[in-house]
Each structure stands twice: as structure tokens, then as C-alpha cells.
Design a protein around this ligand. Structure first.
Ligand SMILES: [Zn+2]
Length: 128
């Protein structure tokens, strides 16, 4: 989904729509997902923040406890494991830098490093 909605109403509507689609927190998988986390902040990608590659469905505890301690590469590793159909690194990089002029802020290698460091997470998700 490519979304150009910028108003607060559109954002709330979009968040509700996402929440209804998935059941459980992508990070802990034990609590219902009640919040949507935007990996790239809306202020950095005002017209593209709602692309499906940019969000994680989380419980309140993970959203406010674990996620703030994770860098973008680690958050994208979670996205890759939990929502592979909507994982798209190049698309995600373009949210902030549509012409990809800046040096890559996150590489697949960065993401892979987090995956190997988090094998427990992968096993829990049934991916290994
Ligand atoms: Zn959680």
C-alpha cells in the first residue's frame, strides 16, 4: 500500500485498519498488537510514511520498552522475520530519500547481523 494521506484523520484511520489486520505483537508474539510503530518517522517521510514496509504491529510494552532501544536495522530485521511479504529495504530507504542520493543508512548486511544475533527470536517465530 502506498499512502499519501497526511492528515491526522487519515493517519488514525490507517492505524485502525492495520490493527484490524493482525492479531499479535510482532516482537513478543504473546500479547495482542494494540499499537502501530512507524520505523521511519512521519516527520522524515511526510508523504510516504504509511507504506507497508514502514510499520510494525506491537503491544504497548514492546512499543515503549524494547523498540526505542533498537536501531533501524534491528527494527527492519524484525520486519523481515515477522512480515516478510511487506519487507522491502530499497522501498524503505526511499521513504526518506526518494532518489537514493544519500549513502545507504541501513544495508542488508546490517539487518543480517541482527538476525544472526537474534537467533532466539527467529526460532521463536518458527523461521529457523
Ligand atoms: Zn510485544
Amino acid at each position: 500500500m502506498s499512502c499519501e494521506r497526511t492528515g491526522a484523520k487519515g493517519r488514525d484511520q490507517w492505524r485502525r485498519m492495520q490493527m484490524e489486520r493482525d492479531g499479535y505483537c510482532m516482537l513478543c508474539s504473546s500479547q495482542p498488537a494494540t499499537e502501530v510503530h512507524e520505523i521511519e518517522r512521519r516527520s522524515h517521510a511526510p508523504r510516504t510514511w504509511a507504506h507497508t514496509c514502514n510499520y510494525l504491529h506491537l503491544c504497548h510494552d514492546c512499543h515503549h520498552g524494547r523498540i526505542p532501544k533498537m536501531d533501524h536495522a534491528e527494527q527492519l530485521a524484525v520486519k523481515l522475520v515477522c512480515d516478510p511479504r511487506n519487507f522491502a529495504l530499497v522501498q524503505w530507504l526511499k521513504l526518506r530519500d526518494p532518489d537514493l542520493r544519500a549513502p545507504e543508512r541501513v544495508t542488508m548486511e546490517d539487518i543480517a547481523n541482527h538476525l544472526t544475533a537474534n537467533l532466539a527470536l527467529l526460532r521463536k517465530m518458527g523461521s529457523v
